[in-house]
Ligand binder design. Structure first.
Ligand code: GDP
Ligand code: IMO
Ligand code: MG
Length: 450
C-alpha cells in the first residue's frame, strides 16, 4: 500500500508539475485532488513543453492512470480543450478517469468570479477568473452541480434553474447580463458522450488499486499558503491544497499514505494580491513596462532589492502559465517552509529552481519575522498580523558556476551545498531532491521518495 501526497509548500508554481512528471515513471496512478483550471503547470520533456491546467500532470506519462478526484472543480469545456490539445500532440489520454462526485464549473460561476473581482466595494483577491471560488461556494452551500448530475437531464435542469434563481439576481446587481438554463446546459452537451465512459467511483478505483499493491501519487494544485484554512486568508484559493485535501478530495484514508512531499522553490513567488513578507519590489519603471507589455532590460549583477526581484523574475521565467501575469518574487522564507512542513506533515522537500540563484553574490533567507517589535519563529495567527511581518534575514555567499548539469550533491559548488544544508536545517524536514533546471532530468536526487 503506497500513497504519496505531493503539495506546494509556498504560494504555488513551485514546480509541482515537473516533480509529478519526474515521479510519474515510478507510480501507477496520479490523482488531482483539489482546485481546477486555476492551476498552471509547465512540464518540459526533451524539446516539448506542455502547459497543463485541469489535467493531472501524470497524463504525460505512458502507463499512468490519470484521475480527477471529487475534490476538483471541473470546467467541462476546458477539460476537453485540454484533452484535444494533448491528443493532437500524440499523447495517449484514453486512461483518464473522472469522479462522478466532482463539482462542475458553470457559466454563471465564471461570470460571478469576474463580477466580484471587479466590484470596487470588495477587496480584490486577484483570482484567475476561472469561476473557482463561486463553484466551491455552491458545493459547500449544497447547491452545486456534480459530474454525475450532467447525465440526468431532468435533475440537471431543475438544479440549474434553482441556482440561476439567485445567481441572476446577483449578476444583475453587478450590472451583468442574466444567464438562461439553456445557455448553461448547452456548454456541457457537446461533451457528454465523451465524458460518460470516463466517469467512475474514484474512491473504489483507488482503494482497489492500493489493495492490489499499486502506487498512487496525489498531486496537489495551488499550495499551502493558498490553502483555504492554512493560507493567507482571504487571499487564498477556495480549496484545501494541503495534504488533508488529498484525503477528502479522493476518498482514500490517511492510513494509506506513506509519504508527503512538499515542493518548494529556492526563493519565493506569489501571483495575485495578498501579503508576502520577503517580496522584492520592482522599480516603478519595470512595473510600468510589464503592465504595458514592454521588454524589460536584463539584470546581470543584481545589487539592490529591485534588481534582485527583476533578476529572479527573468532568470526564473516567473510569468504565470494560466494568466500570463508576472509573478511577484522574493527571498526564501523559512517560516513558510516550517509551516508547510507542519500542516502537511511533510516527510521530504523537493527544492526546485536552485539554478535560478546562480549569479547572485549574497543570497538572503528569512528565518523569522518581527511584528510590532516581537519576534515570530512560527506563522502568525492571521493575515492582519502577517501583513505587518518584517523578515529577519540571514545572508549567505552565492555562487557563479552553472549548476544545470549537476546530478550529484557533490557536483554543486560549495556555496550552493552550504545554502541547501542551511535551508534544510531551517525548514522542518529533509531535502530529498534538488531541481537544477527545467528539463525532466535536471535534478540532484539525494533520497529516493518512491
Ligand atoms: P507548478 O504550478 O507548481 O507545477 O509550477 P509551474 O509549472 O507553474 O512553474 C514552475 C516553472 O519552473 C515551470 O516553468 C517549470 O518548467 C520550471 N521548473 C521546475 N523546476 C525547475 C528547476 O529546478 N529549475 C528551473 N530553472 N526551472 C524549473
Ligand atoms: P498552481 O497549481 C499560483 C492564486 C490566484 C489568486 C488566488 C485565488 O499552478 O501552483 P482562484 O482563481 O484560485 O480563486 O484565485 O490564488 N492561484 C494561484 N497562484 N499558482 C496557482 O496554481 C494558483 N491557483 C490560484 O492568483 O491569488
Ligand atoms: Mg503553476
Amino acid at each position: 500500500m503506497t500513497g504519496i501526497i505531493l503539495v506546494g509548500a509556498q504560494w504555488g508554481d513551485e514546480g509541482k508539475g515537473k516533480a509529478t512528471d519526474l515521479l510519474g515513471d515510478r507510480v501507477d496512478y496520479v490523482v488531482k485532488f483539489n482546485g481546477g483550471n486555476n492551476a498552471g503547470h509547465t512540464v518540459v520533456i526533451g524539446d516539448e513543453k506542455y502547459a497543463l491546467h485541469l489535467l493531472p500532470s501524470g497524463i504525460l506519462t505512458p502507463n499512468v492512470v490519470p484521475v480527477i478526484g471529487n475534490g476538483v472543480v471541473v470546467d467541462v469545456r476546458v477539460l476537453f480543450e485540454e484533452l484535444d490539445s494533448l491528443i493532437s500532440r500524440g499523447v495517449d489520454v484514453s486512461k483518464l478517469k473522472v469522479s462522478g462526485r466532482a463539482h462542475v464549473i458553470a457559466k454563471y460561476h465564471r461570470l460571478l468570479d469576474n463580477a466580484m473581482e471587479d466590484d470596487p466595494a470588495k477587496r480584490k483577491i486577484g483570482t484567475t477568473g476561472r469561476g473557482i471560488g463561486p463553484t466551491y461556494a455552491d458545493k459547500i452551500s449544497r447547491s452545486g452541480i456534480r459530474i454525475a448530475d450532467l447525465f440526468r437531464e431532468d435533475i440537471l435542469r431543475e438544479k440549474v434553474a434553482s441556482a440561476l434563481d439567485s445567481k441572476n439576481r446577483i449578476l444583475s446587481r453587478y450590472g451583468r447580463s442574466e444567464v438562461t438554463v439553456d445557455e448553461v446546459i448547452a456548454e456541457f452537451e457537446p461533451y457528454l458522450e465523451r465524458l460518460k465512459p470516463m466517469v467512475v467511483n474514484v474512491s473504489d478505483l483507488l482503494n482497489t488499486a492500493l489493495d492490489d499493491g499499486k502506487t498512487v501519487l496525489f498531486e496537489g494544485g495551488q499550495a499551502t499558503m493558498l490553502d483555504i484554512d492554512f493560507g493567507t486568508y482571504p487571499f487564498v484559493t477556495s480549496s484545501n491544497a494541503t495534504a488533508g485535501g488529498a484525503i477528502t478530495g479522493s476518498g482514500v484514508g490517511p492510513t494509506k499514505i506513506s509519504s508527503v512531499v512538499g515542493i518548494i522553490k529556492a526563493y519565493t513567488t506569489r501571483v495575485g494580491e495578498g501579503p508576502f513578507p520577503t517580496e522584492l519590489h520592482l522599480s516603478r519603471d519595470v512595473v510600468d513596462n510589464l503592465l504595458n507589455g514592454r521588454e524589460i532590460p536584463r539584470v546581470t549583477n543584481p545589487q539592490t532589492d529591485a534588481e534582485f526581484g527583476q533578476f529572479l523574475l527573468q532568470e526564473g521565467g516567473e510569468f504565470g502559465v494560466t494568466t500570463g501575469r508576472a509573478r511577484r518574487c522574493g527571498w526564501y522564507d523559512a517560516v513558510v517552509a516550517r509551516w508547510a512542513a507542519q500542516v502537511n506533515g511533510l516527510t521530504d522537500f523537493v527544492l526546485t529552481k536552485l539554478d535560478v540563484l546562480t549569479g547572485i553574490d549574497k543570497i538572503k533567507v528569512c528565518v523569522a519575522y518581527e511584528i510590532n517589535g516581537v519576534r515570530y519563529d512560527s506563522m502568525p495567527l492571521d493575515c492582519v498580523e502577517f501583513e505587518d511581518a518584517v523578515p529577519v534575514y540571514e545572508e549567505y555567499e552565492g555562487w557563479m558556476e552553472d549548476i544545470s548539469t549537476a546530478r550529484e550533491f557533490d557536483d554543486l559548488p560549495t556555496n550552493a551545498q552550504k545554502y541547501v544544508k542551511r535551508l534544510e536545517e531551517l525548514s522542518g524536514c529533509r531535502i530529498s531532491v534538488i531541481g537544477v533546471g527545467a528539463d525532466r532530468d535536471a535534478i540532484v536526487e539525494i533520497n529516493r521518495i518512491v
